[in-house]
Structure formats: C-alpha cells, structure tokens
Design a protein around this ligand. Structure first.
Ligand code: CP
Length: 368
C-alpha cells in the first residue's frame, strides 16, 4: 500500500497491525522517538482542521521527523489557480509523505495519481475520512476490548458526515455488527452506502429518528455534527442544526458500559455535562488519533519504495474493473471534477445490466 485514500485500502490484518503498533507506541514511546529522523511530512489542508492536522504534525514530530505545509488553501498557490496535481508535484520535491484535506470529493485520488510519495486522505468533502476511522477503531478496541459483536448507533448528519461513511465501510468486515442509524430523513446515510455495503454484506441495520428509541441497545453511540459547510441552502441547515443533543437525561436509559464517541468538533450535539460521565470517550478518541497516525506514517514510509519511477504511485482509483472515461460526466458540485477541468471524468459500473455506474472520484451515481 502506497496511499491511504479509502479505509478499504487497508485489509483487516493491516488495521490490526496498525492498532498493535499504536498500542506499542503508547506503552513504549521512547522506542519510536527517532523512527522518522530525516523524514518530512507535508500537511496540505485546503479546508479547516484542528485535530487531524495537529495530530498528524504531533505524530511526525514524536517520531523524530519534521513537518511543513499550509493550513488553508488561501495561503497556497491554489489561490492563484494552481491545480491539485501541480501542488502535489511541487510538494513531492520537498517532503517524503503527504497528509491532505480537501473540500472536494475525490481530490486525494487526483493527488495520488500525480504523486511519487504516499498520499494520506485527511478528509475529502463529505466522502471519506479514513484516518478518523483508524482513530475510532483504536478507541473502540481500547475501550471495549473488541471490534466485533457491537451494536453501533450513528447519530446526526449521516449524509454528509464523511467519518460515518468510512466507519460503516470499516465495520462491514467485522462479525456481529449491527447499526442503528439515527438521523433526520433529510440527512440519512446515502443510498449507495446502504445498497453497496449494508445490504450487499447482509449487515443488520435500522433507521430511527430519535436517540431515545435507540439508546438502550447500543454499545457505541457515535455522535456527529450537522455539516453546515456542505449545505447548498443555509435555511435548511438552520432548520436541522439542532436535531440531536445528547444530554444526561437521555443517558439514563443507556448501558453502563456505553462508549460515547464524536470525531469532534462538536457544535451542540453533546451537552458539556456529559463530559464527566465515565462513558464519554471522545476526548480519549482525539488522543488516540495521534498514536494511530504515528503507526500509519511508520507503515507507509516503510512500505513505499524510494522514488517510484513513474508518476502515479499505487492508487485505489486504478484497482477497479471496467472504466468509462469521459463518456459519462459527473454533475455533483462537491466532486473534484467540478473545479478541475483537466481531470478525466471516470465512471465505473455498479450494475451494468441496468446501466448504473458511479463516479470514481465522489461516488455520485448515474443511470446511462
Ligand atoms: N475529527 C476531525 O476531523 O477534526 P478536525 O476537523 O478538527 O480535523
């Protein structure tokens, strides 16, 4: 593996290995203090972040490496119209590994195709956030002692919440998992996640509209923020923004060993009164983020051959079957193809008989 674009780029065994390394780092930090001496991590954040960017930077510094980068697109040559691919080619000259966040879905795939050094997707639009998922899996394994036989409630913005999409994909490979999807109708899990992951893998799930009806059976309650920045209509955000607030009265009916999680930032989804409840795991979750990112940086740097000969390291975009190149065009305004005119539009069939295909970058579905 040269890049981490989608959590499914990692096998279950590789995830287990990363969790084991992260646990070893927690136990023996000194052993890793010089592991990346002489290496440079570039953090390219075209969209705001506190935890992901700073935990990546802390991870590399704790490994003895160095960091460079930018925290907003406006302070890079993106503001002058530079493409993602040219930015990546530039940073290839100065760094050994890149962690990148971009508001457009599929941007990390474009980056990986242009890069000779590993690309880590640190969040692309409302699409994926695989290192948050690694963080979540480490947190759950440490708090529950297992990653199977869990009833997981996902609550809030399940449409635009990229952490939710990556988490469902990750847990689709573990046994005994049940999902309870708690959202307003307008923000429910995208259809492709239901049909192509939950239904296809026979994972039991139900959709409910309140925390109260779900909470008694849950082992994990994963709260999420309503993603204001993804709404086309601000009035719609205002109407939905306070759909769910987890407070102490709602927890009265929860299991005593419930694990309450949130990728953070929170806006109003969890009352601060919950913070001192022993079931609140979300602050520990963000600490886990640093350790699992240390493990990931170590793995990617160890596995990536120095200076790959051709442009375009291994990329999950290239590992699929028949592709339709510039025959079907993506009209999702959140897709990277909506802002970069030079990128080929690539679609793949998901149901060829019925002419159903999906954009290789953002997964928007089309019937042709
Ligand atoms: N969880 C997460 O991605 O947080 P940031 O947006 O602060 O990076």
């Amino acid at each position: 593996m040269s890049n981490l674009i989608d959590i499914l780029d990692l096998s279950v065994e590789e995830i287990d290995g990363l969790i084991a390394t992260a646990n070893d780092i927690i136990e023996n930090p000194g052993k890793y203090a010089k592991a990346c001496e002489g290496k440079i991590l570039a953090t390219l954040f075209f969209e705001p972040s506190t935890r992901t960017r700073l935990s990546f930077e802390a991870a590399m510094l704790n490994l003895g490496g160095s960091v460079l980068g930018f925290s907003e697109a406006g302070s890079s040559s993106t503001a002058k119209g530079e493409s993602v691919a040219d930015t990546i080619r530039t940073v290839n000259c100065y760094a050994d590994i890149i962690a990148m966040r971009h508001p457009k879905e599929g941007a990390p795939i474009v980056a990986a195709k242009a890069s000779r050094i590993p690309i880590i997707n640190a969040g692309d639009g409302g699409h994926f956030h695989p290192t948050q998922t690694l963080t979540d899996l480490l947190t759950i394994s440490r708090h529950k002692g297992r990653l199977n036989n869990l009833t997981i409630g996902l609550c809030g913005d399940l449409k635009f919440g990229r952490t939710v999409h990556s988490l469902i994909a990750a847990f689709s490979r573990y046994s005994g998992i049940k999902f309870v999807l708690i959202s307003p109708e307008e923000l429910c899990v995208p259809e492709y996640v239901k049909t192509e992951t939950l239904d296809k893998k026979g994972i039991p799930y139900k959709e409910v509209r309140t925390i109260e009806e779900a909470i008694p059976e849950l082992d994990i309650l994963y709260m999420t923020r309503i993603q204001r920045e993804r709404f086309a209509d601000p009035a719609e955000y205002e109407r939905l923004k306070n759909s769910f607030v987890l407070d102490l009265p709602k927890l009265e009916h929860a299991k005593s060993d419930l694990c309450i999680m949130h990728p953070l930032p929170r806006v109003n989804e969890i009352s601060t009164k919950v913070d001192n409840d022993p079931r609140a795991c979300y602050f520990d979750q963000m600490l886990c983020g640093k350790f699992i990112r240390m493990a990931l940086i170590l793995k990617l740097l160890a596995e990536t051959p120095m200076l790959l000969s051709a442009s375009g390291a291994e990329c999950s975009c290239n590992e699929h079957g028949e592709e339709l190149v510039n025959k079907v065009f993506c009209d999702n305004p959140r897709c990277i193809t909506s802002i970069e005119q030079e990128i080929d539009h690539v679609f793949r069939y998901t149901d060829k008989e019925n002419g159903i295909c999906r954009c290789a970058y953002c997964e928007a579905q089309k019937k042709i």
